[in-house]
Design a protein. Structure first.
Length: 251
């Protein structure tokens, strides 16, 4: 019985690997298009998508190709975590109303922070996109308003912790202000004013437009080095990816 169970687990593992490989081959041409985009002027940076809808579920899409380095590595980036000179950068594109983005933030990111980011191995950089209407846009503005006061990660944590397991939550101004208070944003009056900031609105619009140019059609979406992953994958998927990229970086 023990040998049979081990054999079943081995076969299931092989099936999962081949599914990932098949998906990667199917989307390889999409990633090649990033090379052309990489020649554009820098500024707001974004990424490419590999799945056919704005909500990527548990199907992994990963691929390797000549993908340009999209990491910002800006020491003053308020929407990043970790050492600016970490060996590799985990880049995420997310919508504040996406339930799968919330699943990643709630269940995977804390472990990645403890194991990789706080230890100096990985830097994490966040990019906002707007897929689900006006509240997604306002949520992204609010995230940047919190970032302007040094509380971006705390705000994102509070917002995603309150997200439902499915569907897209409403994010009216009163709710966003409540998340800012929970996140410890020091100047709530400034935060509220910044929700109408033309500069922050422009930054969100530019980020969304750049992501669209790169072909982002699903969230959450991740890039580490030359490998991309779509969806809120199990923590083991991220660990394997990061470990492989760290080994290559040290090579």
């Amino acid at each position: 019985m023990h040998d049979a169970a081990s054999r079943v687990r081995e076969l299931e593992s092989r099936v999962r690997r081949w599914r990932v490989i098949s998906a990667a081959l199917a989307t390889l041409t999409v990633f090649l298009g990033i090379v052309l985009v990489g020649q554009m002027t820098s500024g707001q940076r974004g990424i490419t998508s590999t799945t056919p809808g704005p909500d990527a579920s548990a199907t992994a899409d990963s691929s390797r190709s000549a993908i340009p380095d999209l990491a910002r590595r800006d020491p003053d980036d308020p929407m990043a975590l970790g050492a600016v000179d970490a060996p590799i950068v985990l880049i995420e594109w997310a919508d504040y109303r996406c339930p799968y983005c919330a699943a990643f933030a709630n269940h995977m990111l804390p472990s990645l922070i403890q194991e990789y980011i706080d230890t100096g191995l990985v830097r994490y950089e966040f990019n906002d996109v707007v897929f689900f209407g006006d509240d997604s846009f306002t949520g992204a503005v609010a995230g940047r308003a919190a970032a302007a006061q040094g509380r971006f990660h705390e705000f994102m944590t509070a917002l995603y912790a309150a997200a439902p397991e499915s569907g897209h939550p409403d994010l009216p101004r009163s709710t966003l202000i409540g998340f800012a208070e929970e996140a410890g944003v020091p100047d709530l009056e400034r935060f509220t004013s910044d929700l109408d900031s033309a500069e922050l609105h422009g930054a969100v619009s530019a980020s969304a437009a750049y992501a669209q140019q790169l072909g982002v059609t699903s969230v959450p979406f991740f890039l580490v080095g030359d490998t991309a992953v779509a969806g809120a994958q199990p923590i083991e998927t991220f660990r394997q990816l990061l470990d492989e990229q760290l080994a290559e970086a040290a090579g």
